[in-house]
Write a protein that binds this ligand. Sequence first.
Ligand SMILES: Cc1cc2nc3c(=O)[nH]c(=O)nc-3n(C[C@H](O)[C@H](O)[C@H](O)COP(=O)(O)O)c2cc1C
Length: 321
Amino acid sequence: MSHSHKLAVAPMLDWTDRHCRYFHRLISDQVLLYTEMVTAPAILLGDRDKYIGFSNKEHPVAIQLGGSNSKELASCARIAEDYGYDEVNLNVGCPSDRVQKGRFGACLMKEPELVAECITAMQQVVNIPVTVKSRIGVDDQESYEAFDHFIQTVRQTGCDTFIIHARKAYLKGLSPKQNRHIPPLQYHFPYRLKKDHPELKVMINGGVNTVEEAQKHWQHCDGVMIGRAFWNAPWLIREMHDAAGFKNMNSGRDDVLKAYLDYCRLQINEGNSLHWLIRPILGLYHGMKGNKKFKSYLVTEAPRRKTDVSVLNEARTFVQP
Ligand SMILES: Cc1cc2nc3c(=O)[nH]c(=O)nc-3n(C[C@H](O)[C@H](O)[C@H](O)COP(=O)(O)O)c2cc1C
């Protein structure tokens, strides 16, 4: 299945789990969804369904892999395709210490040949697209030339889709959290990449918060990927969906809440807890009067009444129409 890269929700560890993706899909039937990063050993040795199981309602959905062993990654790509994922993405952007020890994530920007080897190995065993999410550089890699060298080395594999978190990563001295604010964003890197290589699909990521900003990026690149802003205010996904020119959806926030409540009921029958299920919806009424109370009601009641989905409707009463 081919899918658009015009708009995507960023992969976010502990956030974009299957419940979150299901919820986002109710808000937009077009936005491209990404899993949290899953490491190759987790897929190969761990409880596979737990790590990569998903609902067929989530399509189009891409799996993001973390690793740098081409054999392992190829096995994972195969497994992901068999599970029904629509795209495999390699994480070349995460700066955490844990990830560096495993020699993957952002430190791979220093090893373009290794990334190319991994991408080739995956492409050889799957038919779905294999894509890359990277930074614009790491540590003392400052120049556009170094960034371009990385991209050109990888694209020689045939990989044509690059998601660029438009800031450098520092492998030492900053926590991953700090590394999402500092150093400054430099959108001119992905802009220039697209300008020089119009045949590539380039998605911009990092600090996109408003429809106006997205519209500006769409003039220069193929798409935008948004993380934190969508988590804080999920209805922004619908506003971006509309701005992207995707087919109009008639549902409103309350319809989405109702559909998600049905989903919660099913998930609870499977043994899941409301405590976890409510996390993605906390900001659903962001910007409306009462969202704070909606949120705090959910956060206090859900852990107490682990299986009682009426908590969602009760919380809704705090939001002004
Ligand atoms: C809680 C959290 C977890 C993240 N986990 C991942 C991840 O698993 N893989 C990845 O490539 N990026 C991860 N990121 C980075 C985001 O995908 C994105 O690149 C970054 O937040 C910048 O986009 P934004 O400004 O729209 O949030 C994470 C970000 C956050 C906030």
